[in-house]
Structure formats: structure tokens, C-alpha cells
Design a protein around this ligand. Sequence first.
Ligand code: ZN
Length: 561
Amino acid sequence: GEIGERADYVSTVIESEEASFGRTLDRGIEIFAGAAERAQKSKDKVISGEDAFQLYDTFGFPLDLTQLMAQERSLKVDTAKFSELMEQQRQRARAAQKDVWLSGVSNINFSASAELTVNKNLPETEDLHKYHTDQCDAAIAGLIDGDGFKDKGQIDTGAQVGIVLDKTCFYAEAGGQVGDCGIIQSAKARFIVEKTVKIANCIVHQGKVAEGAFDIGEKVHAVVSKDRNSVKRNHTATHLLQWALQEVLGKSVAQQGSYVGPDYLRFDLTYPKAPTAEQLGQVEELVREKIAADLPVTWTIMPKDQARKLGAMALFGEKYGDEVRVVALGAEDKNGINEAFSREFCGGTHVDRLGVIGGFKIIKEESIAAGVRRITALTGSALTSHLEKGSDIADELSAMLKVPSESLVERVGQLLKDNKKLAKELKAAARHSGTDSMAEARGLLAKSEKTGEASIVIGQLSTTTVEQAREAVDMLKKKAKSAAIVLGFDDDGRATLLAGVTDDLVAKGLKAGDIVKEIAPIVDGGGGGRPQMAQAGGKNPKKIGDALTRAGEIIKQKLGG
Ligand SMILES: [Zn+2]
């Protein structure tokens, strides 16, 4: 039964939610480690406010948790910047709320008093024409600008306003379907409609006067953009997609939201895990079969109870009046609505026959929240250009790699394999050169001079890395037990000098930092460090030999005296 299905669904969501919380936590700890590393390297040892905010905003780390974790590593957190970012986010949230309230009339700046006027005085627009036609004659009932609604006056060239008509064929943004674009024109003037929105029962055509001027009360002709045809294709395809998803994934799949524009369609659904590629393939197959069968689409207005009996699906949380519009796929007219394979409460615009959709492809499937998946798909001409682009890329790769396109996958696979192998070889080669530095250092120790128990190991290594040279110094210290070590090497025109002194000799006053400070100027450089280990760089590698000779003199002087 349905309750059983829902219960199964709920338990799977809880499981996947726990798993996803674990993943978020792991990822957050990873992000913290990165932030801590950056802070370690910074002068003040402070975790940036941006990092702390990201941890809070994306991974749910409260500020005191971040501070606690920072404390463990002797780091601080920039709380001032964190608070500033929190405040900015609060302001953004407030602004977004206001936008929703104004149904997205975003390019008109309403003052607070105008908002009130807008809601009190707005006329009702008759807009049933949107279901039958994409152009109609009308009269301008008024305009909306920053001061609110006006039913008298002129609309001048260049004015950015909302035009209200007595009746319209434009569709206002609702139920996921974008508002129509188009033009409103008279004999002497033209208004570009960029967006259509609904405030209460008033349809507002937002845009700009491109030419001439309008008088309020004037007769005009309104024409919806051809984009509407693509919107219709995508809206009907969204209903097909919902039907097919329920066929393949089960009746517990419910719509969570959608976007229907001229460019693509997006459908959010409740489902606890990622559908398999095979399931998505079946969904596409079902949708394409219905498109190919070119079945009719119809709609009717009926009492809500009757619609429910027919099993029309309602969006969770959406409010309907007593009368509802039902869109049916696979029915010729309202007498055939019982036989339709898909029936939904919907106020959107649709194609008359499924064949018009012309094609269907899912291009993305992703998770957007625990238990909610998002599917993005294309139809019609947007699908054709998507496929053309893909084929162009294949052609380009094919020419680049000199193989036919059907062999591209194999060829690229081989290239990746080769690349991995080369990377491995390169790593091995680098390790090998490291062993050489060690071998050279051991050679220097074997022929080193001694002053009492202490070995004086001085010499030049072949080109190597600072890390490897430091390892060599450490190794020599351990091996010799009591030693003063100075090594130098030339790396592509740059001199590096390293000195290491064992603790017993540091106690006698010999310090690696002092040695390096004195010999670094010989190679035109500078440096320093601790008594046990120090390092310098310089611009003149030709003088490394001189610097090493001088180092020997300094050491002997200290240890001899
Ligand atoms: Zn719909």
C-alpha cells in the first residue's frame, strides 16, 4: 500500500541523510585542515574569516567549534571578519525575502510606501488568452514604477516600467514556468517585455519603452515572443518526465519543484538515492515513445474534488481554488480525460500534440538535498544544438588524436594509462636522484677530517633539492654522532648552502646559524637559522667552493680554540 511505500522511502532517506552528514563532516574536516595549513604559514597564525565562514555556511561548523579546533593547533580565528560575513549573509537573505514578496519585480525599485499602494490599487487582468493565442489587442490600464500604480498619464521613451493591460495573452511566471517575453506596440511606439509577473490578480509586463511614447488608456497590440513555443515544448515534456519517472521509479516519486524555460527544463523529485543509468535510460525511452506516438494534449477546468477522483497530481504545498485546471496527456478532448495517461493540476502553457516536442534527452542528474534529486533535460532546437556541439567536439578530438570518433574513448583511455605510467617513472627517477645525494654525503663523511671526536664534513653535492640536502645533513649528523657539516650545491644558477651542527658541538659554541651568516655573502646571498641547522641561498654558485673553504676554517678555529 501507499503507507508501506512511504515508510520504506522515509527509512531510506534517513539512512542516506546520515551517510551524507558523515560525508559533509569529513569534507568539513578536510577544509579545516587546509585552512589551518594556510594559517600556519601566515604571519599572525590566524584562520581567515572567509575560511571560518565557509566552514559554518557550507559544512555547518559553528564558530566555537572552529575556534576550539584552531586552539588545539595554537591558531586564532579572525572573528571580526566572520561576523562581517554573517551580517552580509543576513542582509542578502532579507533582500531575497522582499524579492519573493514582490513576485520578482526586480528591475523596478519600489519604495516602502509604493509597495503598499501596489497591493491596494492593482486592477485584475483577464489572462485566459494565454492558452489560445500568442497575440491579442488590448488597452493600457496603467503603469507600475517606483512610486506604485498609476492609471493616468504617459509612458515616455526609455522608461523602465511595468505595463498593465486590461487583458493579455502573456503568461506570468508561475509553477516553475518562466514569464513570457515579447512586445507591446501601438502605431507610434514599441515596448519590449523582458519578463511577465503576477502581483495578486494583476499581470505586470516588465520592460522598457524602446521607441515612441504611450498614453495610458491607449489601444495596443501585444505579441508574445516565439520563445513561448520552446517553453511549451519543455513544459509538456516536464509532465511526460514526471509520468515516466513514476513508471520506472515507483509511485512514491513526488515533484519538489521545477523550472520550465525556453532553453531547458529542470525537474526536482523526492527519491532517496541516485537513479541508475539504466533507470534514466528507461525514463528517456518512455518519454520518446510517447513523443513519437504524437498523442494529443488537452486541458479542462473542473471542480477540485472531481479532479482528485481522476487522480490528478497536486504539487505538495501548492494552493488551489475550488476550480482547478487539469492538463491531460493522451486525450483528444475533455470527454477523453479518463483515458489520459497523465493528468496534472497545472496552469501552464502546453503543446497541442506530443510530436511537437521533437526529442528528449536528460543531460544531468544530481542530488540537491537529502532525498531530493534534480534532473535537467533538453527538447526541440536546444537539444539539436546540444547534440551538434557534442559532435563538433568529437570531430575536433578526432582530428587532434588522428583516430576515427568511434575509437576516441579507447584512445583517450590509452593516453590516460600511458600518462599514469610516465608519472610513476618520473617519481621513481626523482627518488633515484635522492639516493645519489645520500651516497655523495656518505662519501664526504668517509673522507672527512676529524678534530678530536668530531667529524668535519664539508663538500659540494650534485644538483639536488633543498629537501634532499637537508635529509643528507640529518643523516650525516646521526651517522657521525659528533659533527659539523656544511654542504653546498648549484641548482640552475642558484647557490644553496646548508650547515648542521650536533648538540655536543653547539654546547662548545659552534653554531650552524653563525657559520651560514658568515659564508653566505661569499655566494652573494644571505641566510641563517638555528644553532643545529641553518640554510642560505645566493646568486653566485661559482663561489660555492670558496664559501666551503671558509666554512672549514671557521669550524677548525672554533673547535681548535
Ligand atoms: Zn505543469
